[in-house]
Write a protein that binds this ligand. Structure first.
Ligand code: NAD
Length: 485
C-alpha cells in the first residue's frame, strides 16, 4: 500500500482481501486539501456477516483453542516490533488520512506499538481465583474469552484505537471484527496487512470498511457478536447500545467529554499554561479527552488568559504533513459543526478572546482549518460549555472557592477526564476525590492517558474501561467451577 498514489484496498475477512463491486466504494480524502487518496469498499450487512462467520470459525478452531497464551503474547510482541519498523509509513498514512501533524501521528504509532507490547505481557497472566467453600469442595474460577468481539472505531485516533482493540482482543483469546470510521480506514487496514506475516490464525482479526449506518449498524445488531466496543458520539453510542440490547450483548462505550482544566491561583503558572494549551489544540481539538474547558480562579484570570491567547496566536496552522501545530479538522461537516458552536456563542454575546474563524491555507481550498479559539466568561449552562465541540475551542469560566470549582467541573453531562492545577497537595486530593470523571491528572494532563491507565467515562461519557489491565474485564467472562471430592 503506497501512501502517495490513489490506491484501492479491500475489506480483510478470514485472511483474504475482498473487493465488492465498483458501485460499492467509499472515496477516502486527505483532510489537508480534500484530495482523493484511496478507495475502500462500502461494506454492509453482507461483508459484516462474512466477517463474523470468519471470526467464529477462527475462534472455535482447534488451532486457536490450543494456542498457548504465551504464544499469543509472542505474536503481539512481534507486532509491536513490526509497527516500529514501519513507523514512518504508518505515521505518514495517519497524517494523510486524519490530517493531524506528523509529529503527533508519530506519537500515535509508538502508542500503538505500546498497546501490543502491554497486552503481549498480559496474555499469559489472565488468571482465575480459588474460593474457599468447605472441606471436600474445590471451587475455582477461570476467565475465558468472551468470543466474537466487534469494535467500532472513530476517526480521530484510528491507529491507536485499532491497535488497542486488536491487541486486547488477541491477548484475551477472542476473535475480532473491526469497523473503522468511513473517513479514516487506512491505518487499520495497514495494521492487518502488517499482521499477515505473523503466525495468527486467519479470521482472528477481520476488518470491514463501510458507513456507520450500514456496516456499523449491522455489526452492532449482529446476533453472533458477543461484545461491542464503541468510541464516538453519544447519539451513535445510544444506537449501538439499543441494537446490542436486542441480543443481550454487553457494550463498552467511550463517548467523549467536556473535560475541565481546573486552575487554582496557587498553581505553577508556566506548567498550567503549557498544558491547558496543549490539551485543547492537540489533533486540532478533535480528542475525546481534550481539555475543552478552562475553569480558573477569578484572581488570576486576567493575567492567565491573555498569556494563553498570546501563545495560541503563535501557533502555526497548515497541512499536518508539514508539521504545523494545528492541522485541518476532518471534513467540511466537522468544520461547519464547530463554526456553528462559535457562531451561537457570538450571537449570545460571548466574548471571543482570540480565533473564532476559518483559517485559510494556501493551496488548500478544500481543507478546513480553524483558528484556535478562546471564549471568555462563558455561563456554565451555555451550549458551548456543555456540549463536546470537537475542535480547538476553549471556554473560560471563573470560580472563587474550591467548592465552586468542583461544582463547575462537574456541571456537564460528561465525565471523562479532568486536570487539577495547584501546588497544595491536600487541595489536589480533595478536588480529585470529588470529580465525577474517569481520569484525573494533577499538575499535568495526558489527553487519553497512558497505555496502562484505565480509560473511560462517568455519566454520558460512557461506561466500561479500555486500556490497562482493567480492559481485560470487557473481553473475558468468568466461569466458576466447583469440584466435589
Ligand atoms: P459517530 O459517533 O457517528 O461515528 C463514530 C463511529 O461510529 C464511526 O465508525 C461511524 O462509522 C460509526 N457509526 C455511525 N453511525 C453508526 C450506527 N448507526 N451504528 C453503528 N456505528 C455507527 O461520530 P461522527 O458523526 O463521525 O462525529 C460526530 C461527533 O461525534 C463529533 O463531532 C464528536 O463530537 C463526536 N465524536 C467523538 C469521538 C470520541 O473520541 N469520543 C470520536 C468521533 C466523534
Amino acid at each position: 500500500m503506497k501512501a502517495t498514489d490513489v490506491f484501492t484496498v479491500g475489506c480483510y475477512i478470514g485472511g483474504k482481501w475482498t473487493f465488492p463491486d465498483e458501485t460499492r466504494i467509499i472515496e477516502v480524502k486527505n483532510p489537508a486539501d480534500g484530495s482523493l487518496i484511496a478507495r475502500v469498499p462500502r461494506g454492509d450487512q453482507e461483508e459484516v456477516d462474512l466477517a463474523v462467520q470468519a471470526a467464529k470459525k477462527a475462534f472455535y478452531s482447534e488451532e486457536w483453542r490450543v494456542l498457548q497464551p504465551y504464544k499469543r503474547g509472542k505474536i503481539l510482541f512481534e507486532m509491536a516490533e513490526m509497527i516500529r519498523q514501519h513507523k514512518k509509513e504508518l505515521a505518514r498514512l495517519e497524517t494523510l488520512n486524519v490530517g493531524k501533524p506528523l509529529n503527533q501521528a508519530e506519537v500515535d504509532v509508538e502508542v500503538a506499538a505500546r498497546y501490543f507490547e502491554f497486552y503481549a505481557g498480559v496474555a499469559d497472566k489472565i488468571m482465575g481465583e480459588t474460593i474457599p467453600i468447605e472441606s471436600g469442595i474445590i471451587d475455582y474460577t477461570v476467565r475465558e474469552p468472551i468470543g466474537i468481539v466487534g469494535h467500532i472505531i472513530p476517526w480521530n485516533y484510528p491507529l491507536q484505537i485499532a491497535a488497542r482493540s486488536i491487541a486486547v482482543s488477541i491477548a484475551t483469546g477472542n476473535a475480532a471484527v473491526l469497523k473503522p470510521a468511513e473517513d479514516t480506514p487506512l491505518t487499520t487496514l495497514k495494521l492487518v496487512e502488517l499482521m499477515e506475516s505473523l503466525e495468527l490464525p486467519k479470521g482472528i482479526v477481520n476488518v470491514v470498511t463501510g458507513y456507520g449506518h450500514e456496516a456499523g449498524a449491522a455489526l452492532s445488531a449482529h446476533k453472533e457478536i458477543n461484545h461491542i466496543t464503541f468510541t464516538g458520539s453519544v447519539e451513535t453510542g445510544k444506537r449501538v447500545m439499543e441494537a446490542a440490547a436486542q441480543n443481550i450483548v454487553p457494550v463498552t462505550l467511550e463517548l467523549g467529554g467536556k473535560s475541565p482544566n481546573i486552575v487554582f491561583a496557587d498553581c505553577n503558572e508556566e506548567k498550567a499554561l503549557e498544558w491547558v494549551l496543549r490539551s485543547i489544540v492537540q489533533n486540532a481539538g478533535q480528542t475525546c479527552s481534550a481539555g475543552s474547558r478552562l475553569v480558573i480562579e477569578k484572581s488570576i484570570k486576567e493575567t492567565f488568559v491573555p498569556k494563553l491567547a498570546a501563545a495560541m496566536e503563535k501557533l502555526t496552522i497548515g497541512p499536518g504533513i508539514d508539521n504545523h501545530d494545528l492541522g485541518p479538522v476532518l471534513s467540511k461537516k466537522q468544520f461547519e459543526r464547530i463554526q456553528s458552536f462559535i457562531d451561537t456563542a457570538k450571537a449570545d454575546g460571548i466574548h471571543i478572546v482570540t480565533g473564532g474563524k476559518r483559517a485559510f491555507v494556501e493551496n488548500c481550498e478544500y481543507g478546513y482549518y480553524i483558528q484556535p479559539t478562546i471564549l471568555d466568561n462563558v455561563p456554565p449552562n451555555h451550549l458551548v460549555a456543555q456540549e463536546e465541540i470537537f475542535g480547538p475551542v476553549l471556554t473560560v469560566t471563573t470560580f472563587e472557592s474550591e467548592d465552586e470549582a468542583i461544582v463547575l467541573a462537574n456541571s456537564t453531562p460528561y465525565g471523562l477526564v479532568a486536570g487539577v492545577w495547584t501546588e497544595n497537595v491536600g487541595r489536589a486530593h480533595r478536588v480529585a476525590n470529588q470529580l465525577q470523571c474517569g481520569q484525573v491528572f494533577i499538575n499535568h494532563y495526558g489527553a487519553g492517558g497512558g497505555v496502562p491507565m484505565p480509560f473511560g467515562g462517568y455519566k454520558q461519557s460512557g461506561f466500561g474501561r479500555e486500556k490497562g489491565l482493567e480492559a481485560i474485564r470487557n473481553y473475558t467472562q468468568v466461569k466458576n467451577i466447583a469440584v466435589k471430592y
